[in-house]
Unconditional design. Structure first.
Length: 170
């Protein structure tokens, strides 16, 4: 074996385009953990903190400066016990639940699908919906996708319009 190694040459062509990293890699998540949602993003319309549609304006402005490409919700573990239909009717009729993943906190479901979509609109970011694979069903997720994306005459698009959101997301 020789004690000298052959010379190694590396050529870097900085002017040749390479693979692109998807901007969605830098997305963020919104988890029902601590005060991330209630008191963090969302305080409700009647709270004495400046807000638009219940979303804290200071938080929205700070996140808008970050230009996040997407926001994932309803989080990670919490998604496994979240049922989307509990968060789309008028707030006063939404059922309460116990968040068993994060300290058995009682959730009033006042931050639901419409509030999340409103937050994404205010942030200028894409929504990233997480399905309930812990206690939900394929049918439940299918209806949520239809609720969010279907236009025209369909049961879930009718329900979405009845609940006050005319627009849809693709």
């Amino acid at each position: 074996m020789s004690s000298t190694s052959p010379a190694v040459t590396a050529v870097v062509n900085a002017d040749v385009p390479g693979p692109l990293i998807s901007r969605h890699l830098y997305g963020r998540f919104a988890e029902h953990l601590g005060r991330c949602i209630y008191g963090g993003f969302y305080v409700g319309e009647d709270y004495p903190v400046p807000n638009v549609g219940g979303m804290r304006t200071d938080v929205v402005e700070a996140l808008r400066e970050l230009a996040i490409p997407n926001l994932r919700w309803p989080g990670g573990c919490f998604a496994d016990e979240y049922h989307w239909r509990d968060g789309v009717d008028p707030k006063e009729s939404r059922p309460w639940m116990v968040n068993t993943h994060w300290g058995n906190v009682v959730e009033n479901n006042h931050f639901g699908t419409h509030e999340f979509m409103e937050l994404c609109d205010q942030l200028g970011t894409e929504p990233y919906i997480v399905g309930n694979v812990g206690s939900g069903t394929v049918h439940e997720m299918s209806e949520w996708v239809e609720y969010l994306t279907r236009s025209g005459a369909a049961p879930m698009s009718w329900l979405r319009r009845e609940n006050g959101r005319t627009g849809r997301r693709r």
